[in-house]
Design a protein around this ligand. Structure first.
Ligand SMILES: Nc1ncnc2c1ncn2[C@@H]1O[C@H](COP(=O)(O)OP(=O)(O)O)[C@@H](O)[C@H]1O
Ligand SMILES: [Mg+2]
Length: 441
């Protein structure tokens, strides 16, 4: 597909006049909005922060196709009727307002249909009705704006199956802002379906936004430390519903160790053994106020026991780790490590998920009186921070199961050490609910 050119030979019924310049929105060295516009993949997805020109890209794309392909039927959807009225129609007016009545006509009451003199049509619909009610007959192309909102998987499947208008090029183009690891993440990002092609931009990549827009949005979302800001403005697929550690905040818990590790007491290393999944080591100690300080991390996929041992030796020599607390289910590994001369004990949480969550959760809680958390994490522990931030409960099952695929290796390694500091006390408290208690720090 070629970019709409506002000048030159315009076929009859062709709508021009948009000031849209698709080589405007740039991410790194690429032009994701333009590439999405030009994409001929079966399922292109343009995603990222708010205001990256998603709706505009769809509108210009679909008008362009309508002009070039006489007699084509297309559909653009929004998740709700309100968004058709408040987002889609105004975007069309923005781009093509002056052409209405000449280059196309548009009804103003539902069903809203756009008709072109060359016989092409674009239907504007919402997906909050039963999928089969969205469509009357087969169409050439479908554009779904904001597919991550609401429950649109069924509509997507239904519409993708109705691309049957004969003699036309077929495609479903989607846009969205990440909303956790939902079906869109699974089918477009994690394990992409055949034909998927993704294009990504951040809010800050659009130079056409009003001045100060970014700063204002960032302030609204509480700064980059707030996961919501990273989702809405930087387009990250964070999981935020059912977060296991909602009290975690980079602003509160992540700090450069302001005390040297040498001054920490009770320096222990936590181990979580991975087979195919990563093996994690975390070094942790207690400062003079008895706050835990996670100060070093090692994280490796498919690590052999030899590699793990050399990392452990390094932690002992360079970072003064005195003793290791390992995943209790790794009996064989613990044996081998002991034979190699390492001081290793199994963690005493018996792998009970609630106990582990309580132990780390209590340390993360900010004590209401002292206004300080029970632990800090060094910014160098990247994986640990990422895991704490993204670990979620599996929805729709008993609460004590983590979401499948959410990594928790560094979290487990750290929790092994914390159990050594706090385990008995937490077990004695007989806690049953996750992270509702404050630690005594
Ligand atoms: N290629 C472009 N050329 C000119 N203006 C653009 C372009 N892309 C987006 N814009 C403008 O940027 C703003 C955000 O675009 P919009 O399509 O509403 O973003 P989104 O749907 O991603 O939130 C709008 O004011 C829009 O007109
Ligand atoms: Mg939009």
């Amino acid at each position: 597909m070629v970019a709409a050119s506002p000048s030159g030979s315009t076929p009859e019924g062709y709508v021009a006049g948009t000031t849209t310049d698709f080589s405007l929105i740039k991410h790194g060295e690429s032009y994701p909005q333009r590439d999405f516009f030009n994409s001929e993949a079966d399922y292109p997805l343009y995603y990222g922060g708010v205001g990256i020109g998603k709706t505009r890209a769809l509108v210009v794309d679909f008008f362009d196709y309508a002009g070039r392909c006489p007699g084509s039927r297309q559909i653009i959807t929004e998740p709700t009727w309100g968004m058709v009225r408040d987002v889609l129609v105004p975007t069309i007016e923005d781009c093509y307002g002056p052409q209405e009545g000449v280059g196309f006509s548009m009804t103003r009451q539902p069903p809203i249909d756009v008709r072109f003199p060359n016989g092409s049509e674009i239907w504007l619909r919402s997906t909050d009705v039963r999928p089969e009610r969205v469509l009357g007959s087969n169409v050439a192309r479908v554009g779904m704006d904001e597919i991550t909102l609401g429950h649109q998987e069924q509509s997507f499947d239904y519409l993708a199956g109705r691309l049957r208008q004969e003699g036309f090029f077929h495609q479903v183009k989607c846009t969205g802002t990440p909303k956790g690891r939902n079906w869109v993440w699974k089918r477009f990002i994690d394990a992409p379906m055949p034909g998927v092609h993704v294009y990504f931009a951040e809010t800050a990549d659009n130079p056409k936004l009003p001045p100060n827009y970014m700063q204002r949005m960032l302030a609204t979302y509480g700064g980059w430390d707030n996961p919501l800001a990273r989702q809405e403005l930087a387009g990250q697929w964070l999981q935020m519903t059912g977060q296991v550690f909602p009290q975690f905040s980079r602003a509160i818990h992540v700090r450069e160790t302001d005390v040297a590790w040498k001054t920490l007491k009770n320096r222990l290393g936590g181990i979580d053994f991975g087979g195919v999944s990563p093996t994690a080591l975390i070094a942790c100690g207690l400062d003079s106020g008895d706050r835990a300080r996670a100060y070093a991390e090692w994280y490796k996929r498919q690590a052999t026991l030899d590699e793990t041992m050399s990392a452990m030796a390094h932690f002992q020599v360079e970072w003064g780790v005195e003793k290791w607390i390992a995943d209790p289910s790794g009996k064989k590994e613990i044996d081998l490590l002991r034979k190699a001369g390492f001081k290793v004990s199994p963690a005493k949480h018996g792998n009970r998920i609630m106990l582990r969550v309580q132990i780390l959760g209590a340390r993360l809680n900010v004590h209401p009186a002292a206004k300080l958390p029970g632990m800090y994490i060094s910014p160098y522990c990247h994986n640990l921070i990422m895991e704490i931030e993204t670990l979620t409960w599996k929805p729709d099952v008993d609460v004590d199961q983590f979401e499948r695929g959410a990594p928790d290796h560094a979290v487990d390694a750290l929790t092994n050490v914390l159990t050594e500091y706090d385990g008995v006390r937490a077990a004695r408290k007989g806690l049953t609910e996750p992270v509702l208690v404050y630690g005594d720090y």
